[in-house]
Design a protein around this ligand. Structure first.
Ligand SMILES: Cc1cc2nc3c(=O)[nH]c(=O)nc-3n(C[C@H](O)[C@H](O)[C@H](O)COP(=O)(O)OP(=O)(O)OC[C@H]3O[C@@H](n4cnc5c(N)ncnc54)[C@H](O)[C@@H]3O)c2cc1C
Length: 593
């Protein structure tokens, strides 16, 4: 008798699985960098050649980890959420949180091996002789989150806390905090977090009730923070109102709250309980009671919210990247399933209805990829001193946060549906992807709050949409291999979108359409980016097909009772799902028909 053949590759494993039990496999064992043609092409466009050459091995390594060990750890950590201990065995209020070993191993990968938290603040991470560019950092976040979402909150909020402390804290406070926070030694390093939301208000930050009292020259905080992710962080940045300061946002100051005092004792605040959450279950979110906790004023007491908004904006960008990542995972899962699951004698990808469902997943995935890479490259240029890039980043940040996080929800549900009933079962990753997707529309500002920021502030006050317009029109000029008629349609869509957004910004009666205007800005921007990218050497020309799909389905009027698709869409779907090596001249005709 022969022993059963053991699989030697992922493809072999898929065939064996299919033969064994008819069920489609998942993405386990894939390298999420290697299989991402869109990303690989775009990184050569958005990164300097030297950076790309030096960093690509790390993208590849993290891509393999995300499809392998990290994915296993994330699955386990989700099933073993953190637990709060309120007291030690002697009855002392030494509260602490226990994490499963799978979470600790992921922390070691993130903070120790890759040093996500420090990589854009100092040299040394991943062998680089200088801080990593934003494009590289967010690409690494994108790969990591395809496996694990929950831990990205502590990672990112440590990174953004370091930014705030470096920018606003006194030299003395920097000397105290930064060496610990920038350390790559996970046994001793200090991680950061941000506590803002209180029962009285999350969106309405001015309603914050926490009071700061200066007692014997030391600031002490009194109050309750209602949503505190990474509840046991070593240092939290938070907003509180110094006694006697005015009400509303004007009276809020920014403080750094260490978990331990300089003599090692617990600071005077308690984690009262942990939240029982729909998603992000691997990570601890809790409620905090401040009982005279020692805190350090950061920067100017009169500019607390303004300073904190820098952290909020960095987090918003990261949230957009995380949504893009989770959507990519959804697409990867859906594609593996669609190519292997049999129904009525065919693989399900052969059915036109299913292919249309796949397109509805694929298009927002590719939009968010272009949007986050372009936003990150704007951040790199802004950091190098470009005011134009700073303007672009100003509007792209809430656009990405608003739309990508919102798209993540139907994309996750769509991917579940492609897997069928198994997608609903917690043994498969789809259920977790659905649970995790929903937090994106809540933290760092709900969809409404981000849409209002886009329309009233980025468009109405900063006029950042006009800076974006100039950049996008230049990209359209540079996309000359794309048929002129298609580029003209995009130019027209851009003009109309900008006029619409300006009207909504100017007329209070139109506030209820703020989300519509914000969505249109996102769609037209991503359309133009994908068109430009498709025209560049080395990228995936199919990005132009995604652009046309967005133009037709998101930016053009349609008759709800007429047939929704034309012949070109069938051909586009065929090329998108079957011909990864297609050339731009082969698809150019499809952009005009
Ligand atoms: C799991 C989890 C973890 C979190 N972690 C943190 C954390 O670590 N730190 C932190 O500070 N916060 C955290 N939050 C809080 C989160 O940021 C807030 O929940 C969020 O900002 C919304 O605030 P809220 O819950 O008070 O809702 P509200 O502000 O009461 O909003 C309720 C609804 O009203 C809408 N709304 C409010 N104002 C307007 C307006 N002007 N126009 C139109 N609609 C409006 C909102 O869009 C929303 O739909 C966390 C939340 C969750 C669920």
């Amino acid at each position: 008798m022969h022993a059963p053949a053991s699989p030697t590759s992922f493809d072999d494993a898929q065939k064996l699985d299919r033969g064994a039990n008819h069920l489609a496999p998942d993405c386990a064992g894939q390298n999420f960098y290697a299989i991402d043609r869109g990303l690989r092409g775009l990184l050569q466009l958005y990164l300097e050649p030297d950076d790309f050459r030096r960093l690509e091995p790390h993208f590849d390594r993290l891509g393999a980890l995300a499809g392998g060990r990290l994915d296993e750890l994330a699955r386990t950590a989700d099933k073993h959420p953190p637990e709060l201990n309120a007291r030690d065995r002697f009855g002392r209020d030494e509260d602490w949180i226990d994490y499963h070993s799978s979470y600790r191993e992921m922390e070691a990968i993130a903070f120790g091996d890759f040093q996500f938290h420090a990589m854009s603040h100092r040299a040394g991470a991943l062998g680089m002789d200088r801080p990593l560019p934003a494009v590289a950092k967010y690409t690494l976040q994108y790969l990591f989150v395809q496996a694990e979402f929950g831990l990205m909150c502590p990672i990112s909020v440590t990174d953004t806390s370091i930014h705030l402390i470096r920018k606003f804290a006194s030299a003395e406070l920097q000397d105290y905090l930064l060496p610990k926070m920038l350390s790559g030694d996970i046994a001793t390093m200090w991680k950061g977090t941000q506590f803002m939301t209180e029962r009285a208000g999350g969106s309405d930050v001015g309603a914050i009730e926490t009071v700061a009292r200066c007692e014997d020259g030391v600031w002490r905080l009194y109050g309750d923070k209602w949503f505190c992710s990474h509840a046991d962080a070593d240092v939290a940045l938070l907003l509180a109102r110094p006694e006697g300061a005015p009400g509303g946002t004007a009276g809020l100051a920014l403080f750094a709250l260490p978990r331990r005092l300089k003599d090692g004792r617990r600071n005077a605040y308690r984690i009262v309980r942990l939240k029982d959450k729909l998603g992000t279950r691997s990570m601890a979110s809790g409620e905090i009671r401040l009982e005279g906790a020692v805190a350090y004023l950061v920067g100017d007491a009169g500019h607390g919210l303004k300073q904190m908004m820098e952290q909020v904006n960095l987090s918003r960008l990261s949230h957009g990247v995380r949504a893009a990542a989770m959507m990519r995972r959804c697409l990867n899962e859906a594609m593996v399933c669609a190519r292997t699951r049999m129904a009525f004698g065919k693989t399900i990808i052969e059915y036109p209805l299913l292919r249309r469902q796949l397109l509805k997943i694929a298009v927002p995935v590719e939009q968010s990829l272009s949007m986050f890479l372009y936003a990150a490259s704007a951040m790199d240029r802004a950091n190098a001193g470009s005011t134009e890039a700073a303007g672009i980043l100003r509007i792209l940040t809430p656009l990405l946060k608003f739309r990508a996080c919102r798209d993540n929800i139907p994309v996750a549900t769509g991917a579940m549906e492609v897997r069928g009933g198994n997608g609903y079962i917690e043994e498969w990753v789809n259920a977790r992807l659905i649970r995790d997707a929903h937090i994106g529309v809540l933290w760092e500002g709900t969809s409404n709050i981000n849409a209002l920021d886009i329309v009233t502030r980025a468009v109405g006050k900063s006029r950042a949409h006009r800076t974006l317009e100039a950049a996008l029109k230049k990209l359209l000029e540079e996309a000359s291999p794309i048929p002129a008629a298609f580029r003209d349609r995009l130019r027209l869509a851009l003009d109309r979108t900008l006029v619409f957004a300006e009207r909504v910004a100017a007329e209070p009666a139109l506030e209820e359409t703020a989300r519509l205007a914000a969505s249109a800005l996102y769609h037209v921007t991503s359309c133009i980016l994908m068109t430009w990218e498709a025209a560049q050497p080395g990228t995936d020309p199919r990005r132009a097909l995604y652009a046309r799909l967005v133009l037709e389905h998101r930016l053009s009027a349609r008759d709800p009772l007429g047939p929704r698709t034309g012949d070109w869409e069938h051909e586009a779907a065929e090329i998108i799902f079957s011909e990864p090596k297609v050339s731009l001249p082969q698809i150019a005709g499809l952009l005009e028909r």
